[in-house]
Design a protein around this ligand. Sequence first.
Ligand code: PMP
Length: 452
Amino acid sequence: MSDRTKKLGAYDKEFVWHPFTQMKEYEEKSPVVIEGGEGAYLIDSEGNKYIDGVSSLWVNIHGHKVPEIDNAIKDQVDKLSHSTLLGVTNPPAAELAKDLIEICPEGLKKVFYSGDGASAVEVALKMAFQYWKQKDKPEKVKFVCLGNGYHGDTLGAVSVGGIDLFHSTFKPLLFESFQAPSYYCYRCPLNKEYPSCDIACATELDKILSEHNDEIAAVILEPYVQAAGGMIVSPEGYLKKVRESCDKYDVLLILDEVATGFGRTGKMFACEHEDVTPDMLVLGKGLTGGYLPLSATITTQEVYDAFLGDYEEFKTFFHGHSYAGNPVSCAASMGNLKAFENYNTLHELQDKVQFLEDELKEFGGLKHVGDVRNKGAMVGIELVQDKETKEPYAPELKMGWKVADLAMEDGVLLRPLGNVVVLMPPVGIPMEDLKKLVHVTYSSIKKATEGS
Ligand code: PMP
């Protein structure tokens, strides 16, 4: 190991507190210092190359060093790096909003910018709350969310989260929400089987709305894939049913596409698979192609109009983040959209998804793979101690991490979710690299779970 890597590792261990990381364990290892990127690869300070198997935590879309995005950022920095969006605008913020509305599901009209996914979720929740207040239904103050749902780590987002491991500690700080069952077919919370269940999880959600709609502002969920919950994939028809229930009971639908947006599921947005338009669409992560922080809460005209009034009526949405609509981030995002066009990304993706689905069938044959699921290029491979009984591996075995550690030795960077091995490569990953990613993952799972 070079002296430089040693020095960086020492600084890191002494001064950095890493997110979602048990620092006691981290301090015992030599940190990997990622300092370069090229296409689907990351390069560490020792010159080792790794396939970016989870898109640098689900953000990267076209790979690293994409000319369209690199140049957009450089050009923008030469003009203006930041100016507020409170009361004034800037060219990339205005142009990007127009471009986003053009690609969003029909009916979405207004873009409210923030910085991170969680902030954009907070915006959606507060907007929904204030919307009903201004529609003279101030008693509609609650939210319906899903078990296994995840919307970020700020307190509002955690209040509509459904992952006990991350969320239960903070319970005393949270507001109460209704929780509908997760659409987790492999471990159905209702003990039913698809398709004979007739999507009973959506029926349960409908029941909550039928009983409590007078106090419910909105339903919030991740369409098609509960990502942090373990890459759980919804059955087809679920989303449409939820939209119908929301319409029937006059409840807003917030779709959090922070993880699923920008091609991940095979279409630009996951809600397009079922022709569903939400009242609010939340975007983040891949919005800038995985380069810079930027998020957006995109609403219908109907929602927007409820906030119009004379100044002294105080219908203004009193919420805003310092870097909302940052011109460099917005320019990166326009570069991202340009790259989608230039590389025909969504079209090219279809063959890769087909390849993935064919290969994933093989994974199902492994002794300790209980479930293999995907929507587009979002993949969850659930490892189990016992396939018959679906008994999970005990957490202390850290089986997901064993797989990731082995994959790293073979040049693939993964980050599991408990016992679920996650594959979420850049949407634009070249076929060759995708093949390597799949093959290394297969052999790492086999080795970790079967010993060879
Ligand atoms: N919503 C979803 C569906 C997510 O997956 C995430 C992050 N993993 C967030 C919101 C929060 O985004 P951020 O980390 O940018 O705050």
